[in-house]
Design a protein around this ligand. Structure first.
Ligand code: NAD
Ligand code: DAU
Length: 356
């Protein structure tokens, strides 16, 4: 079996659902269930003996060691993190605790478990760390996309904490020989994405008749990948990646934020027209920019394509349509995640946002 962390979050939940749809290998899912963890995303697995859910913190060394001893997994896949850049700007402490201290504790537990394995198990064991393109910093308009050897230049407390975790993972390979793998992926979108992030926020706000808040001029560029393609890349790296290596994951799909918001509006205009017949674009509002906002990210995915033969299955056009269909078909999921804690964040973060 494998031990996965953060499997009640956006990417982790999609990964667990896909994993169990294509394998019978059980998953131990360790998740703290922060505001971002959502058991409803995993509701279809209720009663499925292949999914062992454990509520807990990756920073709880005794808990993690106990799980490793009890279940003897062949791999750990670490999704658990505080993941929202805006929250890292307003309250960075949790990012340091989970992303840095938590990853360190998980690595320590993995190391003591791994040294006790027999030679064959030791050789086959993998610690896969799921990371982000944001560790590389921001690109100028004409710069080449990030390769795996691009210098680390993290600009937000979130990306700095992920960069620190990547360095720890790398050091545990270099110093102790722990067979680690690191993936650095670009922006994901798709079903079960918490509506504090750009694409799901735009979908749920549009449908609720609320403003669509675009930071600054909206010309910041992100490189978008459908979540199922990120999950297939992680499966491929786990299966065939070389221990100690880093793989950048992306779909060569750079787009300015304002175009993303425009695409969401255009699709909703066709699939779920506004009662007044006007376009959802009317709801776009430019607001004050994010402090220290990275201007452009772009992933060079040549290495994973060349060495592991991975390719994304979705284009942005097919992926965004699937995403919007999912949100239209799952209003109950949306209503449930928009709980008190979610409303508090939205009220505080957007209420004081001056129009740009
Ligand atoms: P998310 O915020 O949706 O989910 C994070 C999950 O981790 C939640 O279920 C939460 O409860 C859990 N968690 C948080 N702290 C924990 C702790 N201390 N112990 C155990 N569980 C804890 O995040 P996501 O968007 O699914 O991202 C997953 C991973 O992928 C993160 O490591 C993130 O840095 C990385 N990543 C995300 C993206 C993206 O676009 N979303 C892109 C590249 C990489
Ligand atoms: O690049 C990978 C990263 O992508 C992941 O590591 C992070 O976990 C993930 O949250 C995401 O970070 P971003 O900051 O790029 O994602 P977010 O959805 O918050 O914002 C995307 C872009 O949209 C960014 O340029 C900020 C802008 N934005 C965001 C929000 C929430 C807006 O213009 N308005 C908004 O209300």
């Amino acid at each position: 079996m494998i031990l996965l962390t953060g499997g009640a979050g956006f990417i982790g939940a999609n990964f667990v659902l896909e994993w169990l749809a294509i394998h019978d290998e059980p998953v131990i899912n360790l998740d703290k269930l922060t505001y971002a963890g959502n058991m409803e995303s995993l509701a279809v697995l209720q009663g499925d003996p292949r999914h062992i859910f454990v509520k807990g913190d990756i920073g709880d060394a005794a808990l993690v060691s106990g799980l490793l001893e009890r279940y003897q997994p062949r791999a750990i896949v670490n999704f658990a993190a505080e993941s929202h850049v805006d929250r890292s700007i307003s309250s960075p402490e949790d990012f340091i605790q989970t992303n840095i201290v938590g990853t360190f504790r998980l690595l320590e537990a993995a190391r003591s478990y791994w040294v006790g394995l027999d030679m064959a198990e030791k050789t086959g064991f993998r610690f896969l760390h799921v990371s982000t393109d944001e560790v590389y910093g921001s690109l100028g308009p004409a710069d080449a996309a990030f390769t795996e050897t691009h210098p680390y230049q993290p600009n937000s407390p979130y990306s700095a904490s992920k960069a620190a975790s990547d360095h720890l993972v790398r050091a545990y390979h270099h110093t102790y020989g722990l067979p680690v793998l690191t993936t650095n992926c670009s922006n994901n979108y798709g079903p079960r994405h918490f509506p504090e992030k750009l694409i799901p926020l735009m979908i749920v706000n549009a449908l609720a008749g609320k403003p669509l808040p675009v930071y600054g001029d909206g010309l910041q560029v992100r490189d978008w990948l459908y979540v199922a393609d990120h999950c297939s890349a992680i499966r491929r790296v786990l299966e065939a990646g070389k221990a100690g290596e880093v793989y950048n994951v992306g779909g060569w799909n750079e787009k300015p934020n304002i175009d993303i918001v425009g695409s969401v509006c255009a699709l909703l205009d066709g699939m779920h027209p506004r009662p007044d017949g006007k376009s959802y674009r009317e709801q776009i509002t430019h607001i004050k920019d994010r402090p220290g906002h990275d201007r452009r990210y772009a992933i060079d995915a040549s290495k994973i394509e060349r060495e592991l033969g991975w390719r994304p299955a979705e284009t942005f056009e097919t992926g965004i349509e699937k995403t919007i269909r999912w949100y239209l078909a799952n209003p109950g999921w949306v209503a449930d995640v928009q709980s008190g804690a979610y409303r508090d964040w939205v009220d505080t973060h957007y209420a004081g946002a001056a129009t740009a």
